[in-house]
Design a protein around this ligand. Structure first.
Ligand SMILES: [Zn+2]
Length: 286
């Protein structure tokens, strides 16, 4: 299987999960409030060596027939093994100018890193860039990020990326402040907590549904341990409430789900298991 490109359909919408690359994080990054013993036990149950967890940066292309939509632009130059988005799109016959809508689920570096080209101009010249208003306002306010339990250096990366990758798209920006359709069949839904204006998408065509939960859950283990939050969750309590609400609905409505950092192609279903949930990845054969 190609580890960076996966084609699938939602009703008549032609979709492609496209990875921008991957990065290894210290495991504590994802499970900030888990005790060391419990975390080691859970990782062991998942056959994961304690230490580091490597995750993909999965973007999503949706060709609705009328619109060519890209959800998130990857991590760009964040790390040596990122910035693959454009070459992967081109290998699928998609040029940057073909994209008419870029949806940014939130303003973290790994979701906005490919917004601009090497000259600092918008990488998708014909696109409307869509973002939740609270999210834009948050990063534009040059926040201190004092609430995050990460090193100063990482806070600087977050702020520098936001400044560098958001300012240049201003002329093409479209902000939304309520649940609304971005293009027919793609509904923006507020999902705050990870960041103040973090958004998820309910994508529907015919009788098929796909929910893009972005970073509402960062790793499949969060379905089984919904009270474990990540060092990047700006408002952990709110992030946990949002996560539970989404997982509850996704399992009840049996929709297909895509989550930005779940093992590629990051697609599957959320299954209720007692009071918590479990991730059932799709059988990827493409
Ligand atoms: Zn992310």
């Amino acid at each position: 299987m190609n580890t960076e490109i996966y084609r699938f359909k939602v009703g008549s919408f032609k979709c492609i999960a496209v990875s921008d690359g991957s990065i290894a994080y210290p495991d504590r990054t994802f499970f900030a409030n888990a005790s060391k013993e419990r975390l080691e036990q859970v990782l062991h149950e998942h056959n994961i060596q304690p230490g580091e967890i490597t995750v993909p940066y999965t973007c999503l292309v949706i060709n609705t027939g009328r619109h060519q939509v890209l959800v998130d632009t990857g991590a760009g130059e964040l790390a040596p093994n990122t910035g693959h988005l454009l070459q992967n799109l081109r290998s699928e016959g998609i040029e940057p100018g073909d994209i008419d809508t870029v949806i940014l689920t939130h303003g973290h570096p790994d979701h906005i890193g490919g917004n601009i080209d090497s000259e600092g101009k918008p990488a998708f010249p014909n696109a409307r860039y869509v973002m939740w208003k609270d999210e834009w306002d948050f990063w534009a306010s040059e926040p201190s990020l004092e609430q995050l339990e990460v090193e100063e250096e990482i806070k600087q990366v977050l702020l520098t990326f936001a400044h560098k990758n958001l300012s240049p798209i201003q002329a093409q920006l479209h902000l939304i402040d309520r649940e609304s359709e971005i293009v027919p069949g793609i509904l923006a839904v507020a999902a705050p907590g990870h960041t103040p204006g973090h958004m998820t998408l309910a994508i529907s065509s015919g009788r098929e549904h796909l929910w893009h939960i972005s970073d509402a859950a960062l790793y499949p283990i969060h379905l089984e341990q919904p009270d474990w939050y990540t060092v990047f969750d700006l408002v952990p309590e709110q992030a946990m409430a949002t996560k539970r609400q989404l997982l509850e609905r996704a399992s009840t409505e049996k929709v297909m789900v895509i989550a930005s950092h779940f093992p590629f192609p990051s697609l599957g279903h959320v299954i209720q298991k007692g009071d918590v949930w479990q991730w059932q990845p799709i059988e990827a054969t493409g």
